[in-house]
Design a protein around this ligand. Structure first.
Ligand code: MN
Length: 236
């Protein structure tokens, strides 16, 4: 039997908030992460603050690396940037895969929901945009996807409205409602499945409301989504 030359990398995973425990202290069950899809400019006011046109269709996506998923509660300030931004987002975790999924069936593919931060090296992203280059350098870097525990659909149902907010050092900086998403969760899943073989283990970051801004070392970020609790991340 063939052997690995080096040890295979660890499997990225999210904690599951499953009632008996809070999912963040090494107990309970884990959700293995396969891919991390992110939709861009999915709340109209944020689209405008990024210089985009909220009426422009269709949606667009980028990816973070699965090993960028960060459940440590700490975000190390990354190198090569002086303008790192927070973006609070709802995370959707898929328990089934497929192609050409229709909007009406798409929620059947969802395992659960969580809170995530799409940490962004905004200066590098802006440079990439201006040059017509890929966004990875601004989006897919070490620890750039802090995520909290997943809440299964069996516990919280499907979330299509509810407050989403982020505070920095106790001051609210981002605030919106999940019902302000331009592309709704079923539409996002259906759209992605036309371009990719989506699969169990895939997670989707569903976009951020207005108010994104820069962080400093020492900042205490707290993301909140109604029915999903809170995600606290310290910038170190
Ligand atoms: Mn984002």
């Amino acid at each position: 039997m063939a052997q690995y030359i080096i040890p295979p990398p660890p499997q990225p995973a999210l904690h599951v908030h499953d009632g008996g425990h809070d999912g963040v202290h090494g107990e309970g069950t884990l959700f293995p992460v396969r891919r991390v899809y992110c939709i861009g400019q999915n709340y109209a006011e944020h689209t405008i603050e990024m210089g985009g046109d909220p009426d422009k269709t269709p949606p667009f996506f980028f990816q973070k690396n699965p090993d960028n998923v960060n459940t440590s509660g700490r975000f190390p300030y990354p190198p090569q940037s002086d303008d790192v931004h927070f973006e609070i987002e709802m995370v959707v975790a898929l328990m089934r895969g497929g192609r050409d999924i229709v909007v009406g069936d798409a929620l059947d593919y969802v395992y659960g929901y969580g809170i995530g931060l799409d940490m962004t090296r905004r200066d590098l992203q802006s440079l990439a945009k201006k040059s017509g280059r890929p966004w990875e350098i601004g989006k897919a870097f070490e620890a750039s996807a802090p995520m909290g525990a997943l809440h299964p659909v069996s516990a919280v149902g499907h979330l299509n409205s509810g407050r989403i907010a982020l505070s920095v050092n106790g001051v609210i900086r981002q605030q919106g409602d999940l019902n302000q998403m331009i592309w709704k969760v079923p539409e996002i899943i259906a759209y992605l499945s036309r371009y990719y073989d989506i699969a169990e283990g895939d997670v989707i970051m569903t976009g951020t409301p207005a108010g994104v801004g820069a962080i400093q070392q020492g900042d205490a970020l707290v993301g909140e989504i109604e029915n999903l609790g809170a995600l606290a991340v310290k910038v170190v």
